[in-house]
Design a protein around this ligand. Structure first.
Ligand code: MG
Length: 249
């Protein structure tokens, strides 16, 4: 069952979304060769507290950090630590914040320094897949119209779509109904109604779709160790255009 948010709840989610956007903007700016993933986490933690929100991931099912930092073949849920970012590394940053008990969740992928043309293309395609998915967040469309729009961009580019992790409803909890796969059959699934809020998040690989979970119990890596990128926004279904809660600016 997909919960519809009230105007007050949406206002809290807007506030959480602004904080998440600010965190990602801040952290993306300081991603450079030589910085550790722990330093990125520290910057995110300071930003969230300074803006009167709480981190959404810290303690979630025991997750030990404020943000997820996933490098190169790591797809999602990388744990910040002593690792130093290297030149050309592909760095995915996922952040969540809570305001008055309501959540927002978003992710970006950046290249530390200059990346190869193929790495840049992976980032561009993943960002575009998210944009195409968001363009389907319109009253009367159906849930898998979002999924299919994302799938089409990725498959046309010849990249792999991660299947073991998907987008999700969001609001009173970080993960709510419905699951939003990054592949699907158009014109199927729930009909979109105003007040629904979705975290849409394509996870794209340069190789196959399969993932492994590392010994730490969290970090998802591509099975073939190909590079992976991840973009995410929290988006509201409105009577008009989709409202992106986690956009910078
Ligand atoms: Mg998410």
């Amino acid at each position: 069952m997909i919960e519809l948010k009230t105007p007050q709840e949406l206002e809290w989610m807007r506030q959480a979304g602004r904080v998440v956007a600010g965190v990602l903007d801040r952290v993306a700016t300081i991603v450079k060769p030589g910085i550790t993933t722990q330093q990125l986490d520290d910057a995110a933690a300071a930003y969230i507290r300074r803006h009167g929100a709480q981190p959404a991931f810290l303690g979630y099912r025991g997750f030990p950090a404020t943000i997820c930092v996933s490098v190169n073949e790591e797809v999602v849920h990388g744990i910040p630590g002593a690792r130093r970012i290297g030149p050309g590394d592909l760095v995915s940053i996922d952040a969540g914040a809570v305001v008055s008990g309501f959540y927002a969740d978003a992710a970006v992928t950046v290249i530390a320094g200059s990346g190869s043309p193929q790495t840049k293309r992976l980032v561009d395609i993943t960002r575009r897949a998210l944009q195409e998915g968001i363009a389907q967040v319109v009253v009367g469309r159906r849930l898998h119209d979002i999924s299919y729009a994302i799938q089409r961009v990725i498959e046309q580019a010849g990249f792999g779509i991660v299947r073991d992790f998907v987008g999700h409803g969001i609001g009173r909890a970080l993960h709510e109904d419905p699951p939003i796969p990054n592949f699907g059959t158009p014109h199927t699934g729930d009909r979109l109604r105003p007040g629904m809020v979705f975290a849409i998040e394509p996870m794209v690989t340069m190789g196959g779709h399969e993932v492994d979970i590392l010994q730490d119990g969290w970090t998802a890596v591509t099975k073939d160790r190909s590079l992976a990128a991840h973009f995410e926004h929290t988006v509201v279904v409105t009577e008009d255009a989709p409202e992106i809660l986690t956009r910078v600016g």
